[in-house]
Design a protein around this ligand. Structure first.
Ligand SMILES: *Cc1c(COP(=O)(O)O)cnc(C)c1O
Length: 402
């Protein structure tokens, strides 16, 4: 493997994000291929027994086994680390593998985790069900209430965990304020940055210690395969993350890493085009509906905070249909272009009914507490023509009686 300028941090860290998305982390084999090579191999061979010993000791650089590292996966990890401004990335099989590893790798029985209550459904399950089973205490609070974070910290609190904008209601959490509370108490801040993407928001600039992604979403961006990513510093990786990662087997497949590398090349272009569509749709449906949530709208509750943390409002919209579940279903069934699905961040626009699908596992009162009502629609803006999307949404609202 020839090490070219694309993996020399002295060079790549000076590049802008757009150049990094296309080139950072690329390694070329002896064939001098342009496109990143796909290394579908489980293990690696050694010239001599001495060389095998040296690689296992870490005295010799190189690969040993793809549960730990693989050249295609390493290219994806290095590119993501550069974009995020992190020392290192570890790619995982799914987004949930990333969230689970980021939490479990650093926790033990007797520790406490404080989290925002507005989390992705499976992240809430980790907090409410899995961690307590292993003797790890958890509390969830209103993430927008800074006093609740301050008051929620205990002497055994090791991790603060949040998502902003939050799924599906687009609540914005003050990253810097929560990072400061974490650090004053010797805890780490873990941020699920899926909704914002690394294009629009860099939680580490505000003090986050660990940033996680479901790369299934905008990073693949074309609805092809699952993946996750954990980004952090060398010290945390060495002490906690890498030992957990290599021994528990949450690694990403080289094939999926290769797809994700292709996705990154166009991530900036796609996210910005999706934000254009989101702004256009949000502005248009605001004429018909009272409760439309997107950070670009003047009526958005956390508009100033969103503007401080994010370069644009994002690709997701949430809106409330006053007629509840029946009207929400009528609206979704009347869409001609937009799909009914539960993915997000992909080329095709998607309408989701969180009440009956993604958040159904939560008790009814927990859903209502989060603002997830029977009339709420989560809308992921895709890459179709903006006018077509506006027309489709408007005609479906009309058919639903609005
Ligand atoms: C999708 C998603 C996840 C989980 O990712 P998977 O790739 O589906 O495992 C976690 N957090 C958020 C915010 C998500 O949207």
């Amino acid at each position: 493997m020839k090490h070219r300028s694309a993996i020399d941090r002295k060079i790549t860290s000076k590049w802008s994000n757009q150049t990094q998305l296309v080139r950072a982390g690329s390694m070329r084999s002896n064939f001098d291929e342009m496109g990143e090579a796909l290394f579908l191999t489980s293990a690696f061979a050694y010239e001599t027994a001495e060389e095998a010993e040296a690689r296992f000791d870490g005295r010799s650089e190189g690969f040993t086994y793809s549960r730990q590292t693989n050249p295609t996966v390493s290219m994806f990890e290095e590119r993501m680390a550069l974009i995020e401004g992190a020392d290192i990335g570890r790619a995982t099989a799914t987004g949930m593998a990333a969230m689970t590893a980021a939490l479990l790798c650093q926790l033990k029985a007797g520790d406490h985790v404080l989290g925002a209550r507005a989390l992705f459904g499976s992240c809430r399950w980790l907090m409410d069900e899995l961690l307590p089973r292993y003797g790890i205490e958890t509390t969830v609070i209103d993430g927008t209430d800074i006093d609740a974070w301050k008051n929620g910290v205990q002497s055994n609190t090791k991790v603060l965990f949040l998502e902003t904008p939050a799924n599906p209601t687009l609540e914005i959490v003050d990253l810097k304020a929560v990072a400061d509370i974490a650090h004053e108490n010797g805890a780490k801040l873990v941020v699920d940055n899926v909704f914002a993407t690394p294009i629009l928001q860099k939680p580490m600039d505000f003090g986050a210690d660990i940033v996680c992604y479901s790369t299934t979403k905008h990073i693949d961006g074309q609805g092809r395969c699952l993946g996750g990513m954990i980004l952090t510093d060398h010290a945390f990786d060495e002490e906690f993350l890498y030992p957990f990662y290599r021994h528990t087997g949450c690694a990403m497949s080289p094939f999926n890493a290769w797809i994700m590398l292709k996705g990154l090349e166009t991530l900036g272009l796609r996210v910005n085009a999706m934000c254009d569509n989101a702004e256009q749709i949000a502005a248009n449906i605001s004429d018909k509906l009272d409760d439309v949530r997107h950070p670009s709208l003047t009526t958005f509750r956390d508009r100033d905070l969103a503007a401080q943390q994010m370069t644009r409002g994002g690709t997701m919209i949430a809106f409330e249909l006053p007629g509840g579940r029946d009207q929400a279903f009528k609206f979704m069934n009347s869409l001609e272009i937009v799909d009914i699905s539960n993915n997000l961040g992909e080329a095709r626009s998607i309408a989701t009914h969180p009440w009956s699908t993604t958040h159904k596992a939560l008790q009814e009162d927990a859903r209502l507490e989060l603002g997830i009502t029977p009339g709420l629609i989560r809308f992921s803006c895709g890459l179709e023509d903006g006018d077509d999307l506006v027309n489709d949404v408007m005609q479906a609202l009309e058919k639903a009686g609005l």
